[in-house]
Design a protein around this ligand. Structure first.
Ligand code: SF4
Length: 245
């Protein structure tokens, strides 16, 4: 089963349901999507998951890894290195062996150590208290200046740890938002961070709900290869419904 290319007109208008073209129309569409997904899956509630440095390390560990594996790997790392400075100062090979069960440890271990070094240039405990003095855009830029940190990881830290308005865009969010006509064709995941943050915000709680809802829907229904459009709670407002064969 492959995704069928929409005719040009349908790509612009979004087919039967129509894809909104104005910013206001897209905001309304996203609100309708979130309301339906909240009803289907339950309204997600934003609550800090981890302190900022922990969230940053957790997010690096989560790359290309299932959540359950990330939880285990993060717990193992904290057991072995109770402070961030101990982790920073440990031999990289030792860090690598502790996080090996989570996969890609040869990439993640040096990345985590380099990040912690960057967060403690004068020694002492690495921390992200500098974010408190920055506005949201500055905070995103600061986080993305750290080694190996991209827009998704930066947004995860701001939203999940600090409750600040930033939309993390993973593969599910990007795919589902595109199919719903919320993103112009060709807008990549990186550019989608700012677009979807503005569309879902300004409240961080609303951005969080939109993020979690789109991830859950991408995992459960709007699969990459075989979206289950029949019975999808969004089929009545989705311009891509039935476009797959
Ligand atoms: S499953 Fe189908 S109808 Fe539902 S959001 Fe995805 S493409 Fe649209």
């Amino acid at each position: 089963m492959v995704e069928r290319a929409l005719p040009q007109a349908a790509a612009v208008t979004g087919g039967a349901a129509g894809a909104p073209s104005s910013p206001a129309g897209r905001r309304r569409r996203l609100r309708a999507v979130v309301a339906r997904l909240d009803q289907a899956y339950g309204r997600p509630t934003l609550a800090p998951r981890l302190p900022p440095v922990g969230e940053l390390v957790y997010t690096v560990l989560s790359q290309n890894t299932a959540d359950v594996n990330t939880d285990r790997t993060y717990a193992a790392l904290r057991r072995r290195f109770p402070t961030w400075s101990e982790l920073r100062d440990a031999p990289v090979g030792e860090v690598e062996s502790v996080i090996a069960p989570g996969g890609l440890s040869h990439v993640k271990a040096p990345r985590i150590v380099k990040i912690l070094e960057a967060l403690s240039p004068g020694g002492g405990e690495p921390d992200l208290s500098a974010l408190d003095d920055l506005d949201d855009d500055e905070a995103l830029s600061f986080l993305q200046s750290l080694p190996g940190v991209g827009p998704k990881t930066a947004a995860c830290v701001l939203l999940f740890a600090l409750g600040r308005p930033a939309m993390p865009v993973d593969t599910h969010v990007h795919r589902v938002a595109g199919r719903l006509g919320l993103l112009d064709p060709g807008v990549g995941a990186e550019a989608a961070h700012g677009v979807l943050t503005a569309m879902a915000g300004p409240a961080a709680a609303d951005i969080y709900a939109a993020h979690v809802d789109l991830v859950r829907h991408g995992r459960r229904v709007c699969h990459a290869r075989r979206p289950a459009c029949d019975g999808c709670p969004l089929s009545g407002i989705c311009p891509s419904a039935g476009s797959f064969s």
